[in-house]
Design a binder for this molecule. Structure first.
Ligand code: ADP
Ligand code: AMP
Length: 215
């Protein structure tokens, strides 16, 4: 049983690492970005609202995001724990979530901060491609699909996210620095923060995260 947060700027490799980590520790991978994108695709009220912010590279409002995650982690498939990818993203979200967990007699076990310099993040986001069906991330150069445009895992169509346009990525990095980076201090104070160097091969990053999680 583990409750884990994956922290790190856009393009750090959270989505890339999350599937393997969730599998290894037998916990559920929850990506708020994937949930929002699925809602945008289905045209739900939540999707319509979230899209306004996502298109600009801004954050979806805190209350909306907290309600979504707090509902999700109370479902049965999270009983054995979960890996949060992309949440929390503000100190408000982190505090709200900690209070929510405490009210259920629970707490987070580990926060993994994947550290990558901005100079590496821009080309990563620019070359990112994502499966429309299962959300698996690829990279045109660093991690291409076997067949162009087709997901290796599920055969879904692979596309470029609208918010991976360079201008939007720059804004997302700014938003990260202003609103999300302070979370490292927040979790350092709780004593559960572990930093991992994300500027290494995917396999090495995976091994370092497993080590940080005690495997
Ligand atoms: P995040 O979920 O943190 O935004 P992703 O996992 O989607 O980031 O990764 C961003 C891009 O960088 C993807 O195109 C992915 O294939 C690529 N990538 C991830 N980890 C590495 C790595 N260690 N080395 C090179 N490219 C990577
Ligand atoms: P991601 O897939 O994690 O890169 O997230 C894509 C976009 O979804 C972000 O740029 C935000 O607009 C939105 N989003 C995802 N997670 C959150 C969150 N925890 N709080 C606010 N907005 C979020």
């Amino acid at each position: 049983m583990k409750r884990v947060v994956l922290l790190g700027p856009p393009g750090a490799g959270k989505g890339t690492q999350a599937t393997g980590i969730a599998e290894k520790f037998n916990i559920l991978h929850i990506s708020t970005g994937d949930i929002f994108r699925a809602n945008v695709k289905q045209g739900t009220p939540l999707g319509l609202k979230a899209k306004e912010y996502m298109d600009k590279g801004a954050l979806v409002p805190d209350e909306l995001t907290c309600d979504l995650v707090e509902d999700r982690i109370m479902q049965d498939d999270c009983k054995n724990g979960y890996l949060l990818d992309g949440f929390p993203r503000t100190v408000f979200q982190a505090e709200h979530f900690d209070k929510f967990l405490a009210s259920k007699g629970q707490q987070l076990d580990d926060v993994i901060d994947i550290e990558v310099p901005d100079s590496v993040l821009i080309p990563r986001a620019a070359g990112r491609r994502v499966c429309k069906q299962c959300g698996k991330p690829y990279h045109v150069e660093f991690n291409p699909t076997k067949v162009e445009g087709v997901c290796d895992a599920c055969g879904g169509e692979v596309y470029q996210r609208a918010d991976d346009a360079e201008e939007t990525v720059r804004n997302r990095l700014k938003v990260y620095a202003e609103q999300t980076a302070p979370l490292t201090g927040y979790y350092k104070n709780s004593g559960i923060l572990k930093a991992v160097n994300g500027d290494q091969t995917m396999d090495k990053v995976f091994a370092d995260i497993c080590k940080a999680l005690g495997e």
